[in-house]
Design a protein. Sequence first.
Length: 337
Amino acid sequence: MKKMWLLLVVLSVSLGALTACSNNDSRSTASANGQDRVIQYQSTPGNVIFPELAEALGYLGDIELEKVSDMVGGPESIQLTATGEIDFGSAFNGAIIKSYAQGVKIKSVVGSYGSDENTFIGYYTLDDSGIKTAKDLIGKKIGMNTLGAHSEFAVKQFLRDGGLTEDEIQEVQLVVVPGASAEQILRAGQIDVVALSGIGKERALDNGVIYPVFKDTDLFGQFTAGEFFFTEKYIEENPDTVKTFVEGVSKAIEWARTTPREEVVAKFEEIVSAREGNETTENLKYWQSTGIAEEGGQIAEKEFQIWIDWLVENGDLKKGQVKLENLFTNEYNPYGK
């Protein structure tokens, strides 16, 4: 009887364990529907991007964000997304077009940043530099966070609009400087002009003794400059995840667009303060606006067409090489319906 009782106990425990494993597997499949629900990404220390805001506001449902590294620039973000090291990235639209033309199959799904009257990229110099026109930049150094993206496109457009020849444009040296120390590098005289945007720009202006040679909005008006994107493969394999992501991010953009600035800054401070690593919230007070032109971060054809035309004129693309419909979709954006 004792042996029989022990056998029954062992069978009972074994069956219970098997049932628990089966239930856990069932819950996992039901919750994820076979799709990725923990998405890896890059962020910026002391700053908040819209997916992070969406998560904090409860707009991402059961999707979790997992930060894997700090963002350096759009071209790197494209590379890491294409290789699967992160699941979504953000980059300037012109860089996205160039990458797609080179065989990197990414698709933009919602706006990530842009330029308006309050939020823009300005190209600043010291008050006593004597630099005022495009001609004054011949032989000078211009600092920016990365090459081949937004800042470089705007500089070359300004130089061309200012009447410089292509040979003269080659004499303007573009150099990469870390965003965190860009202002200090300018003030130390290591570069002549620096591209500043967002919180870094507002802080530098608060410190005084610099002025803008030009702004990207002087050239292009208000525009959404960059997008969040996934690879085409990721979208195909995880359509529900992408849908939830885009819906959440679009709602977060609208929340930031329509909520009083002081409340947005307070929410940003709350998000950053909750992170590990004792990130500073000091710079968040300089946040001004989303900079995104379209409601809910919808993607307008013109936001890509302008850069396709620019790249064709620049000789980087052949006419018809890249089609608009392959670059982006508003399918998942609730504001686009």
